[in-house]
Design a binder for this molecule. Structure first.
Ligand SMILES: [Fe+2]
Length: 415
């Protein structure tokens, strides 16, 4: 009996050791996982995102938050792609335009915005942001300016990441990961609105940015204002996160309407949530002023989606008047793509505007709405989707994929 007891005792200790060892291994795995997914923000440089503000060939804009509302903001930049250049190269330091924002009951963060100008076209730059102290920097990032005469390029379209939990935003991150696996050379991302569920919930913004961090510290993310971004005409929590062109409609909140150029394309972003009438004149003027071959408009609530947002009917007249090629939409959380349309009717290819809604890039999907006469393609697959849009000389190609990498729709427009 004594031997048996001793053996049982040794066995018990062995089992305990195994449990402890596997526990330590799991902990180690978890720690490594934390390192892998660490976006390199640090408390002095979180929610970092790059955007276009001025000429994409010679400038680039950045926004980040700091946990400390009083923290200064600095961006350091060097030409080249080697992180060591920031330690010993010809480094330019730019002080951020900093402000304070309330992010919850009695909680404040710092908001830091920088626009870097005077850059060379088609050139790599390495940079970091932070409070200027040792240990107060983000991981270095490398971005590339638009090349001179770059008339062939791809950009990504996603919409409605609209998350409320970490799990929701993990799906948003996976959608972007797949989008860049399919389109590794995509130059920027157009997000058609409803980035988070509740713009007053900073944890939602944290998760939105963390899950996209590996892309948006170098690839510009250009956002459209959705009904979950501007609520009751209030959009400050949304616009504080992005440093965007300030050429928008005068009466709209800065950052909710703007336009920019890339290659031979002109992109106009409108705000369907407020001041709709006053944007119509601005839109007409903006489209009159561009000489770019391709005209693309981005809106949240759809002109021709699964349904039509009646309040923006005047905008459709302007799209027709100026021959807008493509209108990218959001809001419906289903996939739809119209025939070419003009004056509310289907017209031959090249004579009208195509309206597309690339489902959603988050967790939420709606039931498929009724088919309409204008639908060329209309479905609900219940999977996160993205589109790659390639503008190449006189051809624009749109390809929509699901998060698993399956091509679900494709069309081309020609001039
Ligand atoms: Fe939405």
């Amino acid at each position: 009996m004594g031997d048996k007891k001793r053996l049982a005792g040794i066995g018990g200790i062995a089992v305990l050791c195994l449990v402890l060892l596997s526990g330590a291994a799991l902990l180690e795995q978890w720690r490594n996982r934390q390192t892998e997914t660490d976006p390199g923000y640090g408390p002095a440089a979180k929610s970092l995102v790059t955007t276009f503000k001025g000429d994409a060939r010679t400038s680039r804009a950045f926004t980040w938050y700091s946990e400390d509302p009083e923290s200064p903001g600095v961006l350091q930049l060097a030409q080249g792609s080697d992180a060591e250049l920031l330690e010993k190269g010809d480094v330019q330091s730019i002080e951020a335009d900093s402000s304070v924002i309330e992010v919850g009951e009695g909680r404040e963060n710092g908001v830091h915005k920088v626009e870097v100008t005077g850059l060379n076209p088609g050139t790599d730059y390495v940079y970091r942001v932070g409070d200027g102290t040792e240990g107060g920097w983000s991981k270095p990032g490398v971005f590339t300016t638009e090349g001179e005469g770059e008339d062939s390029f791809t950009f990504l379209n996603v919409t409605d990441s609209q998350g409320a939990s970490e799990a929701d935003f993990a799906l948003w991150g996976e959608t972007l990961d797949r989008a860049f696996a399919v389109f590794p050379d995509a130059k920027w991302i157009l997000h058609n609105g409803d980035l988070t569920e509740d713009p007053e919930d900073e944890a939602g913004w944290d998760a939105f940015f963390v899950n996209a961090a590996t892309w948006i510290n170098r690839i510009p993310l250009m956002p459209v204002t959705g009904n979950h971004d501007e609520v009751d005409k209030e959009s400050a929590r949304f616009t504080s996160h992005f440093n965007l062109p300030d050429n928008g409609a005068g009466k709209s909140a800065a950052g909710t309407t703007y336009s920019f150029d890339y290659g031979n394309a002109h992109i106009v972003v409108l705000n369907t949530e407020s001041k709709i009438k006053t944007q119509t004149d601005w839109l007409r003027q903006d489209l009159r002023n561009t000489a770019k071959a391709w005209k693309i408009v981005a809106i949240h609530r759809p002109a021709y989606g699964g349904n039509m947002y009646e309040k923006i009917a005047d905008w459709i007249d302007v799209f027709d008047e100026f021959g807008v090629d493509l209108v990218l939409q959001g809001h419906n959380h289903e996939y739809s793509r119209s025939f070419p349309l003009k004056d509310g009717e289907i017209v031959p290819e090249g004579e009208g505007t195509v309206y597309a809604t690339t489902n959603a890039s988050g967790a939420k999907f709606n039931d498929k709405k009724e088919d309409q006469f204008y639908h060329a393609v209309h479905f609900q697959n219940g999977k996160q989707m993205f589109a790659g849009i390639t503008v190449s000389g006189t051809t624009l190609t749109y390809r929509a994929y699901d998060v698993e990498g399956q091509l679900l729709d494709e069309f081309a427009l020609r001039h």
